[in-house]
Design a protein around this ligand. Structure first.
Ligand code: FES
Ligand code: FES
Length: 172
């Protein structure tokens, strides 16, 4: 039976009606009309649906809506806001350093996998500011790119890490 759930997405509270086991992905895309999380496999195998839940990357395609009621959910649309809050920046940047680096490295081809890749890379760089190639590959291992852009993804994450290390936190 459908129930009401209060969820918090990208800093805003929403009330939605859904079956308790409805995947969070469906609520984000169908009810809230967010385009960041994307349906790929629906089986937690590809990472295209990734979001941050309380700062941890999770696969929204297999996350029941009933399990995230009191969590802070961040989709690609809210990533810069999350980043600015986490780093104590005085202004929200237009792009997360990972997004800028993906552009600078001309990393995407079709781009379908990239929303999830960016979410995962952003999580990684909050945990490890100077990851090795092996650490990047290990972190990104569960994210599939059918276009095979993996070497450019690694280069972009290294570039983003460098940018983030060079940018002091801006606490005011
Ligand atoms: S759609 Fe969720 S992991 Fe593939
Ligand atoms: S860029 Fe096409 S699936 Fe990754």
């Amino acid at each position: 039976m459908a129930s009401r759930f209060r969820i918090r997405v990208n800093g805003r509270a929403h009330t939605v009606r859904a079956e308790p086991d409805t995947p969070l992905l469906y609520v984000l895309t169908n009810d809230l009309e967010l385009k960041g999380p994307r349906f790929g496999c629906g089986l937690a195998q590809c990472g295209s649906c990734s979001v941050l839940i309380d700062g941890v990357e999770r696969r929204s395609c297999v996350t029941p809506i009933a399990t995230v009621e009191n969590a802070e959910i961040t989709t690609l649309e809210g990533l810069t806001r999350w980043f600015a809050a986490k780093r104590g920046l005085s202004a929200v940047p237009d792009l997360h350093p990972v997004q800028q680096a993906m552009l600078d490295e001309q990393a995407p081809q079709c781009g379908y996998c990239y929303n999830g890749m960016i979410i995962k890379a952003a999580e990684l760089l909050e945990q490890n500011g100077d990851p090795s190639d092996a650490e990047i590959r290990a972190a990104m291992n569960g994210h599939l790119c059918r276009c095979g852009t993996y070497p450019r993804i690694v280069n972009a994450i290294k570039r983003a890490a460098q940018t983030m290390r060079a940018s002091p936190e801006d606490r005011e």
